[in-house]
Design a protein around this ligand. Structure first.
Ligand code: ATP
Length: 267
């Protein structure tokens, strides 16, 4: 039975003369890993920014669990159960891993300022629940060794996992991952694939991802949506989409560009 978590209908965004997203429609099913691929400038990050309500669509609509996202203020998106990571890691550099996760979790505090000041029983229970959830995420992503380390001193690959952990600490229903493999080496990318599979399996979180690394995409995605120049090219399983002639053509264009650039560098 179909259980649509996120639905995009005829989404369009124009930035001045650029139609960054042009009549894009798709549904993300509860429990799946759904991935957006496409060459640079295809409009993938813009779609993410629409879901996060950083941008408003010029036309079309988005619904999360049947609720129109246009009715939700940008600061209300996290409370709906949508968390995201960024292409360029966004963490508090001078705080520890644990502190970053506790801050990330803050949106779940259902206690009032007065009860927090008086440190009521409810506040204590909420604190305990926060700690329990954060420690669970630290265990799941094998971050025990780094929990009290300052983020600023951590290797890039570990920071990527901490960013994932921060997003998971909010107990999202939908996790938006913006290029989880960017900046990672082959081994770290393999680990990231493992974490994404684990998150879906252990926590039942639905994942919507933008990713360039086709190895990672094929390994973890149930369905893939290919975009080019703001438009949908193909939708299907990773194998179906990679074999689609329109997708091959869009990518071959970029491969040729790279090949010609290489020739220029060599010459
Ligand atoms: N804030 C903005 N103002 C103006 N143009 C923008 C803005 N954001 C994106 N664009 C343009 O919209 C188009 C789509 O960009 P977008 O970043 O969504 O592509 P992408 O598929 O995520 O690319 P990449 O893989 O390089 O991150 C590009 O032409 C880009 O220059």
């Amino acid at each position: 039975m179909s259980d649509v978590m996120l639905s995009a209908r005829d989404l369009s965004v124009r930035f001045g003369g650029v139609l960054a997203v042009n009549q894009v429609s798709f549904d993300v099913q509860r429990g799946e890993v759904f991935t957006l691929i496409g060459p640079n400038g295809a409009g993938k990050t813009t779609v993410f920014n629409l879901i996060s309500r950083i941008y408003a669509p010029t036309a079309g609509s988005l619904a999360f669990e049947g609720r129109a996202l246009a009715e939700v203020p940008p600061h209300g998106v996290a409370a709906l159960g949508i968390a995201r990571t960024f292409q360029n890691i966004e963490l508090f550099e001078h705080a520890t891993v644990l502190q970053n996760l506790l801050i990330g979790r803050h949106i779940h505090r259902a206690t009032s300022v007065w009860s927090e000041l008086l440190f009521t029983r409810r506040v204590r229970a909420s604190e305990r629940e926060t700690r329990r959830k954060v420690e669970e995420v630290i265990d799941l992503l094998d971050l025990q060794h780094y929990r009290d380390a300052l983020v600023a001193g951590l290797p890039y690959g570990v920071r990527k996992v901490v960013e994932l952990a921060r997003a998971l600490s909010t107990e999202p229903k939908l996790l938006l991952l913006d290029e989880p493999s960017s900046g990672l080496n082959v081994e770290e990318t393999g680990d990231m694939a493992f974490w994404i599979q684990d998150i879906r399996r252990e926590l039942g979180v639905t994942v919507l991802m933008v990713e360039h690394d086709m190895g990672l995409v094929s390994k973890v995605s149930d369905r893939v949506l290919a975009m080019n120049q703001g438009e949908v090219l193909a939708l299907g399983s990773p194998a179906e989409v990679q074999a689609d002639p329109a997708v091959v053509e869009a990518y071959l264009g970029t491969v040729d560009d790279v090949a010609s650039l290489r020739r220029e560098v060599v010459a």
